[in-house]
Design a protein around this ligand. Sequence first.
Ligand SMILES: [Zn+2]
Length: 322
Amino acid sequence: MARDRLADLTAAPGERRHGWITVPGIEPEWRVPAVVVRGRADGPTLAVTSGMHAAEYVPIEAVTRLTRWVDPATLRGTLLAVLCVNTPGFYERAIYVNPRDGRNLNREFPGDPQGSASQRVAAFLLAELIDGVDAYVDAHCGDLIEALAPFTLWTRAGDPRVAEQSRAMSRAYGFERSLGVEPDSVPGAAYASAALRGVPAIIAEIGQQGICDEPSVARHLRGLQNVMAHLGMVDALGPAPAPPVPMDRMEWMRTDISATYHPTVAVGDRVEAGQPVGELRDIFGETVRELAACASGDVVFLVTALAVKAGDPLLGIGVPQG
Ligand SMILES: [Zn+2]
């Protein structure tokens, strides 16, 4: 059903409103830029977030454009959007975490209204934005130091009907790869938390390395538009996209030491388990670890910083089904 508000930001039928909304109980104040576009006609409500990770610029730009593209005169239902969740990190160009409490917002769901800043933001978004809507998309890309091949994730857990709707949104988005994950593998992720509460949800990723490039922005925007068409909120923009290659799972390689990182593969490369994929060196250039692929599949995520810290991810391999 068409919602008329996001927290205290309300819109009448046929109206587009934008403004800052304040997350309660956080000092200094934490405000997020939000938009409510309410169609003249009734229909579903889609919630969208970007900037959960503050230096992921492609989704921030794509969601901003989506809110300006949607025409409230012809929209069926309501679009609710938070354009940048991690505002304290945005002008700092902070990677992974928000600077207030050093936590990764997308590991903090369902959050805690009495907890740290990140936990309060997560709880607020669930209560005011996500709970009770018909669908939710969390838009991401590779972070400032990450190269990435496009993919969408949905969760297999919870109500099978919700899982099936999430999978259909993932297919509609139009990215090359899709993975249905168990929520244990992404503890605290917003989309998994939403799905467990009965809201069909996906995370969608395209773009990388702090570059706000037009092709990636256009494809993220088209993915969001495709989901709106899939939900019946707008007319389809063109033929349905090619179905994604389903992935069986994502395998992560991490470093156990702080070192310099010298990968020899690129995102999109197909690797075989055991194949060399790079090495770690000490600051004098001496090789201290030779890295072998932990699984066979496609490199979908690759850290591109020379400096890596003990515990950091190095690369992610999307293992195809079958
Ligand atoms: Zn992200």
